[in-house]
Design a protein around this ligand. Structure first.
Ligand SMILES: [Fe+2]
Ligand SMILES: [Fe+2]
Length: 476
């Protein structure tokens, strides 16, 4: 395994030095990435030193180092997880054959589409979050936002590396286009819907990290199973970083819930807005929104594209190698919940075509674990409220439920009932306005905004009042 040369322009463990053509192509892309970062990355903090974690190797212990960095100087690098000796394809038509070190010609188009779609989400989320720095609830949270942002930038590098290294000219063009699209832009939007939504406030940010970034975790986990070995290894290492993004989302929402409960108890009132907290019904509406737009990211319940990607050995199931079946699924079935006429029904369909739904099921179970933990907090405060995931058909734009109106408790309803009750179920403009009034920066070390509890511990063993972002530049 090649070590990481940290002094190189592009830190990497893929022997870039030995591939001059690839190195040159990436060195040409690098300044354009930096231009994009400066134009579309975190607004207003590019000159500040941030206490960041930087990936420096792929060793299990000690893969990252912590230190102060100005974001444009972050060492975005290319890291593939260690190769597995004699790795074999674990599913589909090529089951048992050696994993591919190169892209099989016949799968080029499909693989490129998978990589571009994943790659597009990475810069998109940075764009969505670029205005949040100004309203951070603490320096701790500000640092976490920037940590997520620089790592999404690195994930873009990860995908661009694959495009440049394995897809020739088409790959280079796609790498360019990844820097051209813009989240929410009418003419050149990002590819997937949820990545064109706005992230106007920190409540939305934490919800995004919990729900939407978690879709990323599941996509990466199934691409990690890929027969294309470099794709598998790239995704395996990205998942190491991704764990922190899940943490930021779950803890962020959890700390808001905790603060709301404290205020409810203190003031013996469910309506904590007048005390500067976010009431639980508002939290529920934000959950409903972010969960439903994230469910759409998994695609249609029944999908021949998903079946093909599996059969070809390109994209597996979540934890494919741990599953105890034939890994071909030619005769298997899987239960899928869909709209049938005007009712919701569960029916068995060929398992191969149900792979999107199966991944969505894994995702839903994971989301539910987070909801359960938030509910434990509520219960510990002696409050009789439960947060819930709405029905999977609620507020969907893609798949079987896209054409119907489904209530959060899973009833097919009329357009009239939807119109009458939508304000109970989804964030209203008034909710957004209220949340916006809370978004005032708390930037003194150790201070936290009044709508969110402090975390249990600081970063990398440091205290909560550590200066995680240096806002005042010290002139030397
Ligand atoms: Fe990512
Ligand atoms: Fe992420």
């Amino acid at each position: 395994m090649a070590g990481v040369d940290y002094l190189e322009r592009i830190p990497n463990n893929v022997n870039l030095r030995d591939d001059r053509r690839l190195l040159r192509a990436l060195e040409e892309w690098q300044p354009r990435f930096l231009d994009w970062w400066k134009e579309m990355g975190p607004e207003g903090f590019q000159a500040n030193e941030v206490y960041l974690r930087t990936a420096i190797s792929v060793d299990r212990d000690g893969w990252a180092q912590f230190g102060y960095v100005k974001m444009p100087d972050y060492r975005w690098g290319i890291f593939l997880a260690e190769p597995e000796a004699d790795r074999r394809i674990a599913f589909g038509d090529h089951l048992g054959k050696p994993a591919w070190p190169e892209v099989p010609g016949e799968y080029r188009g499909v693989l490129r589409r998978l990589i571009v779609t994943q790659g597009d989400t990475e810069p998109a989320s940075v764009e969505q979050q670029r205005h949040l720095g100004r309203t951070c609830p603490s320096l701790y949270d500000l640092r976490n936002l920037f940590q997520v942002n620089v790592e999404e930038g690195r994930h873009l590098w990860a995908m661009v590396y694959l495009l440049h290294a394995y897809f020739g000219r088409d790959g280079r063009e796609e790498a360019e286009a990844l820097l051209q699209r813009r989240s929410g832009d009418h003419d050149k939007p990002r590819i997937l819907g949820a990545f064109n939504e706005r992230t106007p406030d920190w409540l939305s940010f934490f919800m995004f990290c919990f729900f939407t970034d978690r879709d990323g975790k599941y996509q990466l986990a199934s691409l990690q199973e890929s027969g294309l070995d470099p794709l598998s290894r790239t995704c395996r290492f990205m998942l190491t970083e991704e764990a922190h993004h899940m943490f930021v989302g779950e803890m962020g929402v959890g700390r808001i819930v905790q603060k709301s409960c404290e205020l409810m108890r203190q003031h013996r009132s469910d309506d904590v807005r007048c005390y500067g907290g976010i009431d639980l019904p508002t939290m529920q509406r934000y959950i409903n929104f972010h969960y439903s737009v994230s469910l759409d990211l998994f695609g249609s319940e029944v999908s021949t594209n998903a079946a093909n990607a599996f059969t070809m050995g390109l994209k597996g199931r979540f934890e494919e190698t741990k599953k105890d079946d034939d890994h071909r699924l030619a005769d298997a079935t899987y239960p899928v919940t869909c709209l049938e006429g005007d009712r919701i029904a569960t029916r068995d369909v060929p398992a191969l075509t149900a792979l999107n739904e199966r991944l969505r099921d894994d995702y839903i179970a994971d989301c539910q674990r987070g909801i359960d933990r938030w509910n434990r907090t509520i219960k510990e405060h002696g409050i009789d409220v439960e947060l819930r995931l709405p029905h999977r058909g609620f507020h969907r734009a893609i798949g079987s439920f896209g054409e119907a109106r489904i209530s959060p408790d899973g009833r097919v309803i009329t357009e009239a009932e939807w119109d009458a009750r939508r304000r109970e179920w989804l964030p209203t403009p008034e909710d957004a306005q209220f949340v916006a009034t809370l978004m005032r920066p708390a930037v003194e070390p150790g201070r936290f905004a009044g709508w969110i509890a402090p975390p249990a511990r600081g970063i990398n063993g440091l205290p909560l009042d550590h200066e995680y972002v240096r806002l005042t530049r010290k002139e030397g």
